[in-house]
Design a binder for this molecule. Structure first.
Ligand SMILES: [Zn+2]
Length: 286
C-alpha cells in the first residue's frame, strides 16, 4: 500500500511529467471507484493539469483552477504512467484492474489501477479537497509535524502505539509498513501504550518518524511510478521481513498476525528480546 513517501513521489512525478498538459479524455472504467457524481467526469476534458499534491496518503491532481481528482489508492491501488497508450479505443467498464484513465494531449497519460478482487480504491472529483471526508479528518502531516505537535497528537489518543501512529486522524501519512519501520528505528514495542511513553521516548519516536519518512521520500523522489514499489521494499528493515535477520542486530525478525494484517518487529531492538504473543497462533494452540 502506498504511504506518505510513495504518494509524495507520485505527486512529484506528475508535477514533472503531467503539469502543463491538457486532458484529452477522462475515462472511468470502474463506476465504484468514483465516489462523486458532481462535477461529472466530463468536466475534466479540455482542462490543463495544473498541479499534483499529497494530503496524508491521498493524491490530489488539479485540473484548471478549481477541479481536483483526489485519490486514495488503498491497499492494492497504484498509478501507472504511460508514455503512450496502445489504442485510442475507450476503456470498457468492467472487471479489469484499471479504474480511471486520463489521456493527455501529448499522447501520454496515466491509469489508476487496483489489483485483486477487493476494490477499495476511492477517487473523488471535487472543487475543494476538503470535500473529501477522509481528507477533512486528517491530522497534521506526519513528516511536517514538529515535536510539540507530534507529542500532543500521540498523547491525545490512548492506545497501542502502532495503532495510534497509523490513525490518520492523529497524524497523516503513516501506514502499516512505515509504522513498523518507525517503531523499529525508535526501538519501541508496537504494543507500547501511548500515554505511558516518556518524553524521551516520544522525542525518539518523533525523530525516527522524520528520519524513516524523510529517507524514504528522498529515495523515492525522481523515481518513475513503476520503480517505486521496488524502491520501497529495498529500504525496509523489518516490515515484510519475517524470519530474516534484523540488519541492526542480527536477531530474527518476528511477526504478529491479525485477521487481515500483520506487523513485523525485532525482539532484541524493540521488546527487550521477548517475543510478543501472536494472538492468532495462541488461539489455535488453546
Ligand atoms: Zn534488531
Amino acid at each position: 500500500m502506498p504511504e506518505l513517501p510513495e504518494v509524495e513521489a507520485l505527486a512529484g512525478y506528475l508535477r514533472e511529467r503531467a503539469v502543463g498538459r491538457r486532458v484529452e479524455r477522462f475515462e472511468v472504467a470502474s463506476i465504484n471507484a468514483l465516489k462523486t457524481y458532481d462535477p461529472p467526469p466530463s468536466a475534466v476534458a479540455g482542462r490543463p493539469v495544473t498541479g499534483a499534491d499529497r494530503y496524508g496518503k491521498f493524491l490530489d491532481v488539479r485540473f484548471g483552477d478549481d477541479l481536483h481528482l483526489v485519490v486514495h489508492l488503498a491497499r492494492a491501488g497504484w498509478l501507472h504512467y504511460r508514455e503512450a497508450f496502445p489504442s485510442v479505443t475507450p476503456l470498457r467498464p468492467g472487471k479489469g484492474p484499471i479504474a480511471v484513465r486520463i489521456r493527455l494531449d501529448d499522447g501520454s497519460g496515466f491509469d489508476l489501477t487496483e489489483a485483486g478482487t477487493q476494490k477499495k480504491l476511492a477517487a473523488y472529483l471535487v472543487t475543494d479537497p476538503a470535500q473529501v471526508p477522509g481528507v477533512a479528518k486528517l491530522g497534521p502531516d506526519a513528516l511536517a509535524a514538529d515535536l510539540p505537535t507530534f507529542a500532543e497528537r500521540l498523547r491525545s489518543r490512548r492506545g497501542q502505539v502502532k495503532g495510534v501512529l497509523t490513525d490518520q486522524a492523529v497524524l497523516a501519512g503513516v501506514g502499516n509498513a512505515y509504522s513498523d519501520e518507525i517503531l523499529h528505528a525508535a526501538r519501541l514495542s508496537p504494543f507500547a501504550i501511548t500515554d505511558r511513553l516518556t518524553d524521551e521516548q516520544l522525542a525518539g519516536l518523533h525523530a525516527a518518524t522524520r528520519t524513516v519518512l524523510g529517507d524514504a521520500v528522498r529515495r523515492s523522489m525522481g523515481q518513475r511510478a513503476a520503480e517505486l514499489k521496488g524502491e520501497k521494499r529495498s529500504g525496509l528493515k523489518v516490515h515484510a521481513r519475517k524470519g530474516l535477520p534484523c540488519p541492526v542486530c542480527g536477531d530474527t525478525v518476528r511477526e504478529v498476525s491479525f485477521a487481515d494484517s500483520s506487523l513485523q518487529y525485532c525482539p532484541t531492538c524493540q521488546t527487550g528480546g521477548k517475543p510478543l504473543a501472536d494472538r492468532r497462533l495462541s488461539r489455535l494452540v488453546r
